[in-house]
Design a protein around this ligand. Structure first.
Ligand code: 3HC
Length: 694
């Protein structure tokens, strides 16, 4: 074996030259890998004993893409394009042997090879769009030449990978190899030579482009089909333009067009934020004071207390991960209703073709219910998901303490209550943790995990790993009112309400925040969640909110009652402004002695968003969140903050903390201490720093 570089080696087995990449964890195409592959192909071509070449990767995966950490830095060594030109130009056939994931530059490298074989579990895709860029090493020019334009558009502008069976069906993979991939790839390479098969250069082929050449409307139809999903993103449009170039231009010119469109995206704020978010998401899974090698508890069963919407949604995550669930309710009727709801949710997914009947049956077979708390005495984790009442929760945790086996994790899904206090109600506070799921719990990716002062490292580490197992992205935070997500949300809600009192209408505020990129504004969101929830909480605390209270007093609880801040026509979820609400708002302003005024969109945006950034800054100061990027993960995955703006903290960095700070000071003068900048924000702004430097 010859080392071409530290990361790539070359060896010869019989007549087959094998270029092996070894760059853990994901064989990203860093400079040493690019140089090594280029060198390996040259070495193989020079070696007279070699008649064919296999490109193989050690470790858990084929090349998973360009090395994202190199982006924005000066290029060292050969470019990926250069490497791929070398592969495609090889005079001996090159076979890519794919296992794990061939993504982005990894698939582009494989597309430069003359043949591709893959293990049955392999996945291939071009996910660059998720990083706010496009495949920049020929992927947009080669993929449509293999799979046709419609599928290439889906894969490039959508970013989702496909499995090897599908890849083989569409000709992206030449053979699926059961068993030893390396040996299978060597055998395949020998077969190519023995059968005198040609050196297939994808760049030479354009048969699959014909359909789009004859029907250019394909592109506009596709644009329309993804418009809703890609609102606000710039990368999907460039992806489409690049594929269009494959159809309209000769290969080499198409490559140049791809490069221009790639460079345009790479220099933009959206791609910066999306790449930042890629690493933030992975960083959030790491808790600095919990050692990496902390032993984990086995979680093979789950008890959920409460068969409501939340309990049911939580249960579905576990069932889909193959973990049996027992749901506990106090009454048989409530239990039956809850179990039936889970079943009907699955049935709806099956009828939409998003789940097989077999998968649904498997999930349902893992689900059971009981009205006796003792029946969950043996589960590995309990998640309590009942209504927010401290006394009731404490009582439940005391009972759990008495009946659950030693070492069981006792979790609460509370979104508001003090989990330290809940933990202290037991004799094992080290086993107590908050697992705050977001509604709908089977859909939203965020799991806000809340550590108390006493939660053990083992419990934290286990819950972080568990989150990944059930398809969630975790972020660990500390105890405070509303934890991280809702605490920041409340600041925004307070300003949204203040803006109504000063002159705006719900539709003004909602439009500005929707246009900013959020899925909906605060009033549409309140109508969706139910205005009565906040009303009851206010009543419990003895506080009032004139507009919100008046709306609830009319029974306008939101979509479920057909009206709230807006009116909803029968069977429709579209909010329509309602003069009754406008009248309530105008009267409330008058009663408070406020002269209503015109409020600009710019003011609406800043008044809603800057206090969120300020609150995030206080959360960091208090050590409730470990990193600014954790807050961003919470807001993107829990509240639909547009990923292309990175999260509220990244947005603050992007617009400049000095600007945020100075605007808050102006608002403080005008409207009071609600806007007082936090000490951390003040320091960073004065030092010209960002939250990332904090
Ligand atoms: N570059 C640099 N680091 C990468 C990386 C990449 N392309 N892909 C993953 N990593 C790092 C992660 O940051 C993580 O680091 P950490 O351990 O320090 O946190 C480590 O590798 C493992 O990654 P995951 O935790 O994500 O591991 P999983 O097994 O869950 O997932 C994966 C593996 C599916 C490959 C996932 O990492 C992934 O989706 N990676 C990104 C793939 C991608 O976007 N490729 C396209 C890159 S852009 C490109 O190729 C441009 C080209 O067109 C020119």
């Amino acid at each position: 074996m010859t080392a071409i570089t530290e990361l790539v080696s070359f060896d010869v087995e019989g007549s087959v030259g094998i270029v092996t990449v070894d760059n853990p964890p994901v064989n990203a195409l860093s400079a040493g890998v690019r140089e090594g592959i280029k060198g390996g192909i040259i070495a193989a071509n020079k070696d007279d004993a070699v008649t064919s070449i296999v490109l193989f990767c050690n470790g858990r995966t084929f090349i998973a893409g360009a090395d994202i950490t190199e982006f924005g830095k000066p290029m060292v060594g050969p470019s990926l394009l250069e490497v791929i030109v070398g592969i495609e130009g090889s005079s001996k056939p090159v076979v890519a042997a794919i296992h794990g994931t061939a993504l982005g530059g990894g698939l582009e490298t494989a597309l430069g090879c003359h043949y591709r074989v893959a293990s049955p579990t392999a996945k291939v895709g071009l996910p660059e769009v998720k990083l706010g860029i496009l495949p920049g090493a020929g992927g947009t020019q080669r993929l449509p030449r293999v799979v046709g334009v419609p599928m290439a558009l889906e894969m490039i502008a959508g970013g989702a990978p496909i499995g090897s069976a599908k890849a083989a069906e569409v000709g992206l993979v030449d053979e699926v190899i059961e068993g030893d991939l390396r040996a299978g790839a060597i055998a395949f390479a020998k077969k190519v030579v023995a059968e005198g098969r040609p050196l297939v250069k994808i760049s030479d082929q354009d048969e699959k482009l014909q359909e789009a050449k004859e029907n250019p409307a394909i592109f506009d139809d596709f644009r329309k089909s993804i418009a809703r999903k890609t609102r606000g993103f710039v990368a999907p449009e460039n992806c489409i333009k690049a594929v269009q170039a494959a159809v309209e231009l000769p290969f080499v010119e198409g490559l140049k067009r791809e490069r221009d469109l790639f460079v345009e995206l790479m220099g933009g704020e959206q791609s910066f934020s999306q790449r930042y978010f890629f690493f933030s998401e992975r960083l959030a899974a790491k808790i600095p004071d919990v050692p990496k090698d902390t032993p984990l508890l086995d979680i093979n069963s789950c008890g959920i207390i409460g068969a409501g919407t939340m309990g049911g949604g939580i249960a579905m995550n576990f069932l889909q991960a193959g973990i049996p669930v027992i749901i506990v309710e106090t009454q048989q009727e409530g239990l039956d209703k809850g179990l039936a709801l889970i079943k009907s949710n699955y049935a709806a997914t099956v009828s939409k073709g998003r789940m097989s009947q077999t998968a649904m049956d498997k999930c349902m077979s893992l689900l059971s219910g009981t009205i006796k708390l003792e029946d969950i005495s043996d589960v590995d984790i309990v998640i309590e998901a009942i209504f927010e009442n401290m006394e009731v929760k404490k009582e439940i945790f005391q009972k759990l303490d008495a009946i659950c086996k030693d070492g069981a994790i006792l979790a609460t899904n509370t979104s508001t209550l003090d989990i330290d206090e809940i933990g202290e109600a037991t004799n094992r506070p080290e086993s107590v943790i908050g697992l705050h799921f977001f509604s709908p719990a089977n859909v939203m990716k965020l799991l806000e995990e809340v550590r108390t002062k006493k939660t053990s490292h083992t419990v934290m580490a286990t819950c972080m790993a568990l989150a990944k197992r059930i398809g969630k992205v975790p972020a660990m935070v500390g105890v405070c009112e509303g934890f991280v997500g809702n605490r920041i949300l409340h600041r925004r809600s307070e300003q949204a309400t203040a803006l109504l009192m000063e002159g705006a209408m719900p539709a003004d505020v909602d439009r500005v925040l929707f246009d900013f990129g959020l899925p909906m504004g605060p009033f549409a969101m309140s109508d969706l969640a139910g205005n009565d929830v906040g009303w009851r909480i206010r009543q419990g605390k003895g506080v009032t909110s004139p507009v919100a209270d008046a709306i609830c007093e009319l029974g306008r609880f939101g979509q479920k009652t057909g009206s709230g801040y807006y009116e909803y026509k029968e069977g429709s979820r579209t909010p329509v402004s309602d003069p009754i609400v406008e009248d309530i708002i105008v009267k409330a302003s008058k009663a408070a002695g406020i002269d209503r005024r015109d409020i600009s969109d710019d003011e609406i945006l800043k008044r809603c968003i800057y206090p969120m950034i300020n609150e995030g800054s206080k959360i960091l100061e208090e050590g409730i969140a470990t990193r600014a990027s954790d807050i961003d993960v919470i807001w993107v995955y829990g509240y639909g903050w547009p990923i292309y703006r990175g999260g509220p903290m990244r947005y603050g960095d992007a617009i400049g903390l000095k600007n945020v700070y100075e605007t808050l000071l102006e608002y403080q003068k005008e409207h009071g201490d609600f806007f007082k900048p936090s000490a951390l924000l003040e320091r960073l702004a004065k030092e010209g720093k960002t939250f990332q430097d904090a």
